[in-house]
Design a protein around this ligand. Sequence first.
Ligand SMILES: [Zn+2]
Length: 67
Amino acid sequence: MKKSYDRGDRRRDAQLAQCERKRWFETPEAAQDAAEQRMLDNMSVDLAIYRCPLCGYWHLTRRVDDL
Ligand SMILES: [Zn+2]
């Protein structure tokens, strides 16, 4: 199977650069703690954690309920 590595790598580099700007955590526990802390600070915010397939660390993401 042939892939366009050049294009894929460049896109991944761009995404990894975004990862570096985001907050990231080495463990889900640390991410969860930070999420809970932020939700205490701002009750209107609902955060979830997810493991990033790009950098392998954990990020926080805003959970949006579209009702
Ligand atoms: Zn990431």
